[in-house]
Design a protein around this ligand. Structure first.
Ligand SMILES: [Zn+2]
Length: 132
């Protein structure tokens, strides 16, 4: 097993345009205003049990029954568990989410992935209830 080929690689020139969000002023405006556009992702923590039509929501992966992260984008609302399991929950409407978001603990992040990691819903705390 000997390699005789000379591998030559040409470095790929970096031509990635600077995204508009890197503008400090635009970024500041984004961070200081609640997301309201159709593409905005909103998240709200739901530490208590969540009942839909009288049925408590249970994680199909780890059997957790509370301590959810609810994510809203457009008309869709997802439920995310601490174990990293996430599913679209059609029983929760955007109106329901708007009612939940009246809670002052709601937060928002530039992306769903950033929100998951920031809030500890990237699977790090599987099987753990973090509320006090
Ligand atoms: Zn789970």
């Amino acid at each position: 097993m000997t390699r005789t080929e000379q591998i030559t690689t040409t470095p790929t020139p970096i031509t990635t345009p600077v995204p508009a969000a890197s503008d400090p002023l635009l970024q500041l405006a984004y961070e200081t205003q609640p997301p309201s556009g159709p593409e905005a992702v909103r998240g709200v923590l739901h530490p208590a049990e969540l009942a839909l039509r009288g049925m408590p929501v249970t994680c199909s992966a780890c059997r957790a029954r509370r301590d959810w992260l609810l994510l809203n984008r457009r008309r869709n609302v997802w439920v995310r568990c601490r174990c990293g399991n996430e599913w679209l929950e059609p029983e929760i409407t955007r109106q329901d989410f708007d009612a939940l978001i009246a809670d002052p603990t709601w937060t928002h992040h530039p992306s769903t992935e950033a929100g998951r990691v920031a809030l500890g819903f990237d699977g790090t705390f599987v099987g753990v209830y973090l509320d006090s």
